[in-house]
Structure formats: structure tokens, C-alpha cells
Design a protein. Sequence first.
Lengths: 301, 308
Amino acid sequence: MFNFDYNLAFSRNLGWLTKEEQLLLKNKRIAIAGMGGVGGEYLITMARLGIGKFTISDFDKFEVGNFNRQAGAFMHTIDKEKVRSMETQALSINPNLEISVFDKGINDNNLSKFLKDIDLYLDGLDIYAPEIRRKIFAYCADHNIPAITAAPIGMGVAILTFLPGKMTFEEFFGMKGKSELDQTIRLIAGISTARYHLKYVADPKAIDFENRKTPSTIMGIKLCAGVIGTTALKILLNRGKVLTAPRGIHFDAYTNTFKKTWMPWGYKNPIQKLIIAIVKKKLSTSKKRKNQYTIHIKTQI
Amino acid sequence: MKFDYNLAFSRNLGWLTKQEQEILRNKRVAIAGMGGGGGEYIITLTRLGIGKFNISDLDAFEVGNFNRQAGAFLHTVGVEKVRALEKQALSINPELDINVFDTGIKEDNIPEFLKDVDIYVDALDVFTVDIRIKIFDYCHKNNIPAITAIPMGMGVAALAFLPGKMTFEEYFRVKEKSQMEQTLRLVAGISPAKWHVKYIADHDEIDVQNHKVPSTPMGLKLCAGVLGTMALKILLKRGKVRVAPRGIHFDAYRNKFKKTWLPWGNNNPIQKLLLAFMRKKFITKSNYTFEKEQKKEIKKKDILKKTA
């Protein structure tokens, strides 16, 4: 076994970073909730960037169905806890990492412990965990912690950044006190205001919100990691211009389109209200259609 | 636990149809280079469900690769890059059919490397130009689509060369040039936008002459996202693909995107001006430092002589 040398391992970052900046990154702590598709990729990206401390969470185990997109999903990690596998993988990039592991996921009780002493929060929760996501972002806003969320949308990425003193997650999405379905709709409608991806959905039948089955590509996740990693670097080093909510970006590699999104007043924006209503209607009609279809089949049987 | 292809890649469905997934399963992708770009590409395309690969590299992993290369871990230090990535890909899809070229690509094994390949994904490093020209040449003559991307800082610039369209040489004009000039033309050709230049933090760390250029993991993730999408579109013949002299450049640091268009490639008169400017800036700059060091050494020798 040889001695691990931080400076050598991350030497090729220099040029895009100064030596002083690299040392700053070494002493930062990033929290990532969720070690699935985006979360796993974020941890590896940030570990390779040279971040020295992480707080990570997940309560799930890897399964074969994760293989198309999750950075920690391999034959030898099937049935292993996601947090533990990802911890091992990150440590084999930088054995000096300091990682706090939350293997039961995040709830009201451990929220403040999870976000203790962190410099930045990266959102790696899946789209069906809106309530705890809302609470994490609210805590970050109350405690002046920068927080970023990105969504892999088809073969593209949409990102929103929430910084202390700026518009909050709640002000943008308006999720407090809503039903889970409502929250999910607001989340989807809020983050992908450009909706480029709708043009190339190949099989709409495969998208099933009810059963929490939405498709996702590895390319979308790689793009998320690239974009969120860059934004994280800018925030942690206090350099470059960061677009904060209600502004964001949406880049789609399939349609080759890019947009600086801007939705002033967030969910209160009349246009956004309309979009939320449309998404809601679409989901309920597809549900109705599905129900009619099953009834139709049942009567035939 | 048993591996099941259909289950493993089921969550692609929706963005792909079942038939398309089955097509991808039977495609063969060649990737030359298993470093920063190549390692990301094979993992990305394996998770997309591609079933067959030809991969090459002649290097072994070292600690200096850790900041960006998908296969660089403590347990792969000293291990051949091709072997480490073959293993990693097989642990995502054990049914993969992978041909490994562990001595790299040379003129005589190009036909074997590109045999029965549906698309070539370029992942050679920026200083390997001669063999790159030959690979692209072979692809053109044998109607193999070929795509390339370069991580530019925290961004990506990508180009596709398709059968019957403008060739790699027609675009870059690198044949029979000095290696330095070739690298310059490659970089200038692929990223006419040059956005990354504005946020270089430390110019002293960039030394083109000694093949030392910095690179970020973010740039590589963006390359994987963009090239993977391009490969999908070409292999499934869907969506509009931008073909050289058209390309794209996306920069996550500057939040900028451009559909690049460089008619006549590096022979474009405006591009020629840019090349002249870059030549002056980089080549003469490094010549200058070289001369300066030589003078320093002469001075040292003089002092030594005097003290002796």
C-alpha cells in the first residue's frame, strides 16, 4: 500500500483552480440527501473535485432496476445499502475523506444533525419525496446554507439554486400544506419551465406517476453532475456569477436547446399557475383513461 | 442475484421504446482511450444498455488521474486502464461482449479495432493527433459515424462526423503539421467560442508544450451527457444531429450555449486569424520561457565557473 497524496491526486484541477482554492475545497463539507441516480453521481464528482468532507443519506439498497443510471449500482452492490456502497466508492478515490453516513434517511428528528456544519446542500432526493425535500430546503433557508437542486429531464438538465437572502424554495414552489401529489406536480412544473423534453418522449405509457415509475437516462444524470458540480464550485469559492431562483438554466442535449429560465414570483406567477393546472389535468385524464382501460379489460374478461 | 437485461435497463423505457432498447443491445461501440473521456463514455453507454464494445488504451492508472478519470481508484492504481474499465463495465452488464486492445491503437490494428463497429467515440487525449486522424479517416472510408467531444474547463464542445459529410481532415486540416500545431488546431477547431479562457484561474499550470493541461470532473460529466445523447440519436436514427462543420458548445461556468458553425473548418479565413493569434500566444510564449530557462542555466554555469 502506498501513501495517498492529496496534492498529487487533485493536481490536474490546477489551472481551473488555484492551489489556494483547491485547499479551500479540501476543507468544505457538502451534504447530499439521496444516493441514487443524481446523489451518487454528485458524491463521486465532488470527491474527484477534491472536496474533503461529506454528509450523505439514503435508506435504500441497490437493485438491478437501478443499473441504467445509478453510479453505485453494480453486480457486487446488489442488496447492499446505497450509502455504504457509495461511502466505499468515495473512500477509494480519497481515503482521507471525512464522511458522516445517515443510513435511515432523513426525517424531522435528524434533519438538523444532517445539515450541521455544512457549507452547501446538494439535493439528490427522488421526485417522490417532496415533503422532506421541502423541510430540508426550509432549514437551509433559515440557517443561511446555500442549496442546489437539479433534475435530469430526459437527456437534459434543469437547475435551480437557492442562496441565503434570496428567494426561498418555498417562495418558489409553494409546497407547504399541499397534498403529496400536488407537491410533486408543483415540483415538476417549477423546475422544468422550458419543457423541451416533451418533444422526444418515445413511449408515454412507460411514464407512471401513480406507481412512482418515471424513466430516467444516464445522460441526464451526467449532465446534472456537470452542472451542479460547477455551480457548487462557484458558490464554495465565491467566484463567477451564480443564477439564483427564480432564475435557473435548462440545457437539453437531445434538442440542443438551452435557456436561462426565469419565473418571477415562482408558483404565484399567473403563467406558472396555468402550467400547474395543465399538468394536473393531464395527469388526472391519463389516470382516468387508465382506469377506463382497466375497467374495459375487466369487463371483457 | 441473477442479471436480467430487461430489468436492468427498464427505467430507460419511456425515453426509449422497447424496440429501441433491443437495437442498442445489439450495437457495437468502439472507444479509443480509457482515460478521462473514455472511461466516462464506456460506463455511460453501458448503463444506456449498449451490448458490445471495442476499447483501447496502453496506460495504467496512477494517482494523478484521480481528479477526473472514471476508473481511477486506490484499488486500480497500477492496473491497466482497459482491464479496470472492462471489469467495471462487466459488473454493470455481465453479458457485455468487449474486445480489449491493451497495447493501444496503431496503424496496423485500426481495421481490427473498427471491425463491425456501429459508431466510433473518440476519447484519445488532446496530444494524440496522428493516430486520431487515421482513425477518423478509416471511419469515413468505411461509413462509420464518428463523434468527438472535448471538456473545456467546466464545459463541453462536441462534433459529429457522419458518412458522406465533411471529414475530420477537411474540418481540422491537421495532416502533416507539427504536433504543437496539430494540438492547437484541434482545440481551436472544436471550440471556436473559447469561453473557458475567461475563467482560467492559474495560467502557470497550463503547459501545452509539456502536455500538461488541467481538466475538471465536471467537464467530463458534461462530455458524457452530450456524447451519450449524440450516440443514441445516431444509433437509433432519431432526432436532428448537428454534423461538422456544425457542432455545439455548452459552458456550465459561464451559463452559455452555442450552436457552433465553422464553414471550411480551420481553413475559414476568420479561423485562420484566430489560429495565428493562438500560435503567437501559446507557442511563442512557451518558446520564450524555454529561452529564458536556457539563459538562466548559462548564467548558473558562468557563476559556477567563476566560483571555481
